[in-house]
Design a binder for this molecule. Structure first.
Ligand code: COA
Length: 261
């Protein structure tokens, strides 16, 4: 799968790994990388073999140290708006992916890196992970959804503090704020944690999992009544053969065999 320059896309036993691969630039997101992330997720959506996704960064030092500042430096108000909207669209595609997506964060997740991790459904970090929105140090604000998702995840007070001070926090602080799901000692144990979560979800009804993603995302969409989305999704589930199988298996005291239909 995938033949990209700045992104590696591999699939192993149903789990796709999207690796941002510019380690000499701490995996900074230039425009090409953003485009490649978009294409990688299109391939993932189209590949029925893939049941879950891990997003990570190459090398020991960084998940992603932000949008590429060498490109940002040349932006004007016209191009900056387009730049932000384009990145937001790609990150929304990750958030709305119907397969579970986990960010495996090792090292720096700053600016666009923190925003990329937050666009994923869950985050597993290693002990050396560092999170922050340091855009104010550059005379900027987050542009890839950071003001919105950080506030959704950790609440207004801490979101204000992090985005106004530009401070970095470590993995344990991120865990206690609810920014991440787990801290593990090293990359191997973090990867094992991601695989464990994704493999567990893979035993559930895939269409129901996709609808859970839609409903939780609806909480944060002002155009949408999330309760209505939930009721519609609940009704839609009853039209699937997985619903028939799931309820029947329970009553027959056996494990269900879901087909994603
Ligand atoms: N954009 C472009 N290049 C970046 C980058 C970014 N966001 N972050 C790091 N790099 C590059 C550096 O310019 C350097 O490149 P060079 O070797 O060609 O000079 C390389 O990655 C290594 O970074 P360096 O700063 O030397 O590493 P460090 O360990 O001293 O510091 C950081 C690490 C993360 C603290 C520091 O790189 C940093 O502050 N990066 C910017 C973070 C940021 O503001 N992100 C938000 C952007 S909107």
């Amino acid at each position: 799968m995938g033949n990209f320059t700045n992104v590696l896309l591999e699939v192993n036993e149903g789990i796709a790994q999207v690796t941002i691969n510019r380690p000499d630039k701490l995996n900074a997101l230039n425009i090409q990388t953003i485009e490649e992330i978009k294409l990688a997720f299109e391939e993932i959506n189209d590949n029925p073999e893939v049941h879950g996704v891990i997003v990570t960064g190459s090398g020991e030092k960084a998940f992603v140290a932000g949008a590429d500042i060498s490109e940002i430096a040349d932006l004007n108000s016209m191009t900056a708006r387009k730049f932000a909207e384009n990145g937001q669209e790609v990150f929304m595609a990750i958030e709305n992916c119907h397969k579970p997506v986990i960010a495996l964060v090792n090292g720096f997740a700053l600016g666009g890196g923190c925003e990329l991790a937050m666009a994923c459904h869950m985050r597993v970090a290693t002990g050396n992970a560092k999170f922050g929105q340091p855009e104010v140090n550059l005379g900027l604000i987050p542009g890839y959804g950071g003001t919105q998702r950080l506030t959704q995840l950790i609440g207004k007070a801490k979101s204000f503090e992090l985005s106004m001070t530009g401070d970095m926090i470590d993995a344990n602080a991120a865990l206690s704020l609810g920014l991440i799901n787990y801290v593990e000692e090293d990359i191997d144990s973090a990867k094992a944690r991601c695989n464990k979560i994704l493999n567990k979800i893979a035993t559930k009804a895939p269409l129901a999992v996709g609808l859970v993603i839609d409903c939780v995302n609806a909480v944060f969409n002002e155009q949408e009544n999330g309760y209505q989305t939930e009721a519609n999704g609940f009704a839609a589930c009853t039209k699937t053969s997985d619903f028939v199988e799931g309820t029947k298996a329970f009553l027959e005291k056996r494990k269900p065999e879901f087909k994603g239909e």
